[in-house]
Design a protein around this ligand. Structure first.
Ligand SMILES: Nc1c(NC[C@H](O)[C@H](O)[C@H](O)CO)[nH]c(=O)[nH]c1=O
Ligand SMILES: CC(=O)[C@@H](O)COP(=O)(O)O
Length: 160
């Protein structure tokens, strides 16, 4: 189902574990920060709504989405139960978009394979700024909210 047919912010709290005992690390890219700040707000609001304690949420900023890989790796060392990697990559004139998107995707995938801490992929890879705005609190909801719910579920799974 494409995002256009699905609101990213919809969730049913009755189906989500209480997050009060989980520690969350959130790494946020500063590129396109009008978007990434919106994604972070969506994620934080959802975590707190589902019972997370503010003191159990660590937030770090990194320069760009490519640095989400190293930032998430270092965040894992902070003994958190799950990491959310937040970024916004928008197509420019060159192929750089392709390499950044593939690099961060593969890097986060590798962290999920090689560590015991889930890293949630909350990286928009859009054709233009409007698509990013629409997915960070706009008409399609907020991918940060979606990522937070995924983070809670994966933290709960990680304890089993
Ligand atoms: N163009 C975008 C970038 N580019 C920067 C890279 O992520 C990286 O910081 C740089 O190559 C230095 O290593 N980053 C984004 O997050 N979004 C973009 O649209
Ligand atoms: C994803 C990028 O790095 C890209 O936005 C940079 O823009 P350009 O390809 O025009 O250099």
């Amino acid at each position: 189902m494409a995002t256009a047919n699905h609101n990213l912010s919809n969730y049913d709290k009755s189906t989500i574990p209480n997050a009060k005992d989980f520690r969350f690390g959130i790494v946020v890219s500063e590129w396109n920060d009008n978007v990434t700040n919106g994604l972070f707000k969506g994620a934080l609001d959802a975590l707190l709504d589902c019972g997370a304690l503010p003191e159990n949420v660590i937030k770090w900023d990194v320069p760009g989405s490519f640095e989400l890989i190293y930032g998430s790796k270092k965040m894992i060392e902070q003994n958190v139960d799950v990491v959310i990697a937040i970024g916004c990559v928008i197509q420019g004139e060159t192929k750089h978009f392709d390499f950044v998107c593939d690099g961060v995707t593969q890097g986060i995938k590798d962290l999920n394979l090689t560590t015991n801490t889930p890293v949630i992929f909350c990286v928009l890879t859009d054709n233009n700024m409007q698509q990013s705005i629409d997915r960070s609190g706009g008409k399609h909801g907020n991918k940060g909210t979606e990522a937070a719910i995924a983070a809670i579920k994966m933290a709960d799974l990680n304890l089993k």
